[in-house]
Design a protein around this ligand. Structure first.
Ligand SMILES: Cc1cc2nc3c(=O)[nH]c(=O)nc-3n(C[C@H](O)[C@H](O)[C@H](O)COP(=O)(O)OP(=O)(O)OC[C@H]3O[C@@H](n4cnc5c(N)ncnc54)[C@H](O)[C@@H]3O)c2cc1C
Length: 485
């Protein structure tokens, strides 16, 4: 097998899948205005791997000579983790923007399952074999693999009781070909991906009763499978002029409500089924690798915040004012704290039971919490430094209108910044901070991977509190009976 090109990728998703958006059935997804921009970006990601200057960073040659995407290479050393970081950085730099669901972050969920092979083997040996085969297949076929976690959950109190799956995705039949599933999932990028790892949603799986077993299922689903319906949200960037909306017009990722209308999942695609223990395990470990790639995106977003704020204060001559410098320092501190978490998570990486190297979990999860919690405040600070012109600047066609151009030049140009250059910076800043897509992305970041309470729980579970307890017990001369609480 070979690394795919952008053209190969595009051909692979024009497979007759059932996609709906804005009251319309989509027949040619690669040319549809809502999907074309982000599909073109994803296609560019495939093409990058064929360019000589990127080859070393973006691809890996397997012992048998097969070449795969660096993002799909299972990390077995700290160097492998550092190489993944460099790969994501390089790709985002080339594309000139930040987007989230592109494959490198979702493959990590499969690696979490790989780590559980021994436990899954005890339940059913075919699970571990299917997991290994799929990890290999994704890499060798260079598939665009995404992730479906979240169901429209209905009454949460019933779920928490563990007595009723409500609307959760579940198994309705089982036969010699495989299992048949019914239900729904929310999934960004599903409509233009090749396949998804579908898994149980966040719930109290440890306390679930046996009648929840039909809901405890994990599998790979082809995004063109018969019975699968992609019901997509309306785009906010489609059709927007790239000059005025340089980010929305290119980087909008479309989210889908995926309906599984009795979809057959062949046995070779079943990773576990009717297994509460597996559901619990996957929910506890699912982001052990993928959170790294996710936080990397937020770091890149922080780079953009600093860039727009800096360029704006430079052109308006404010850089020398100490209070402006303080605000820039706050942005820098935010950026560098995220950077420190990621750097330390690699330096302190941990070997797993499966023989892989995972980023240090505590440093990674606390970094994720920090990055997400402070992003809105940092965006606000960048907004403040860019100033009100962020919100009041006319569009480029108006700026260029010869009838008013003299006025525009007079009031918009500053020093060596022409009116047009200033407008370009302001449009970029607006799209980063103020546009519909900017709002959408903040909501996405809040909920992507899992909601804040679940991210907090992951950080809590992965931090060893024992030394703190022992420290105070010793210093305060407390009874040694208290050492093990
Ligand atoms: C733009 C966008 C894109 C998305 N893309 C994907 C995707 O690609 N794949 C995917 O699987 N999902 C995706 N999601 C779904 C996302 O993962 C969920 O929104 C998220 O997991 C929260 O689930 P929910 O929306 O059902 O919220 P709920 O479970 O209803 O929770 C809402 C709020 O209720 C409170 N709450 C609920 N339960 C508890 C509890 N047990 N303890 C404490 N507080 C609680 C919290 O404040 C929580 O934030 C996406 C969501 C958005 C907004």
């Amino acid at each position: 097998m070979a690394l795919r090109t952008g053209k190969d990728y595009k051909e692979s998703i024009n497979d007759g899948r059932e996609v709906y958006i804005d009251g319309e059935r989509v027949y040619n997804i690669t040319e549809h205005p809502a999907f074309k921009p982000i599909i073109d970006v994803k296609a560019r990601m495939y093409d990058i791997n064929h360019e000589e200057k990127y080859k070393e960073i973006c691809t890996v040659t397997l012992p048998d000579g097969d070449e795969i995407n660096r993002g799909y290479h299972m990390p077995k050393s700290k160097e492998d983790l550092a190489a993944i970081r460099k790969y994501v950085d390089t790709v985002l730099e080339d594309l000139g923007g930040v987007f989230y669901r592109v494959g490198d972050e979702t493959i990590g969920e499969m690696w979490s399952l790989y780590d559980a092979q021994d436990r899954l083997n005890e339940i059913d040996p075919t699970y571990a074999e299917n997991i290994r085969n799929h990890i290999d297949r994704i890499a060798r076929l260079d598939l665009f693999h995404v992730s479906a976690n979240t169901d429209p959950k209905g009454d949460r109190s019933k779920l928490i009781n563990g007595e009723d799956g409500g609307t959760l995705l579940h198994i309705v039949d089982e036969n010699e070909k495989g299992i048949v599933v019914r239900g729904a999932k929310f999934e960004t990028a599903a409509a233009y991906a090749n396949q998804a790892f579908v898994k149980p949603t966040i719930s109290n799986w440890s306390n679930s009763s046996v009648n929840m077993e039909n809901y405890a299922v994990g599998f790979i689903c082809d995004m063109g499978a018969p019975g699968l319906k992609h019901i997509c949200r309306s785009p906010v960037g489609a059709g927007k002029d790239p000059e005025n909306y340089p980010i929305s017009s290119k980087f909008e990722e479309i989210d889908t409500l995926l309906i599984f209308d009795d979809v057959l999942i062949p046995w070779e695609n079943v990773l576990f089924h009717r297994s509460l223990e597996s559901a619990k395990y996957i929910r506890e470990t699912v982001h052990r690798y993928s959170a790294f790639n996710y936080v990397l995106r937020i770091l890149k977003r922080a780079d953009y915040l600093i860039g727009v704020a800096l360029l704006n204060v430079e052109q308006t001559g404010l850089t020398k004012i100490p209070s402006v410098q303080e605000k820039l320092t706050e942005l820098i501190s935010y950026r560098e704290t995220i950077n420190a978490h990621l750097t330390a998570a690699v330096a302190e990486a941990q070997e797993t039971a499966g023989g892989l190297m995972m980023p240090n979990q505590s440093l990674l999860y606390t970094g994720r919490i920090y990055a997400l919690k402070h992003f809105p405040a940092m965006a606000h600070l960048a907004r403040e430094l860019v100033g009100g012109q962020l919100a009041v600047t006319p569009d480029m066609a108006t700026m260029r209108d010869p009838k008013i151009k003299d006025h525009i030049d007079r009031y918009y140009s500053v020093g060596k910044w022409s009116a047009e250059e200033r407008a370009k910076l302001l449009y970029f800043a607006r799209d980063l901070l103020n546009s519909s897509l900017a709002g959408h992305q903040i909501t996405f970041e809040l909920f992507a991977q899992s909601p804040p309470f679940a991210q907090s729980a992951a950080a809590f579970k992965n931090y060893d509190l024992t030394p703190h307890r022992e420290l105070v017990i010793k210093a305060a001369n407390l009874s040694s009976d208290l050492v093990k609480s």
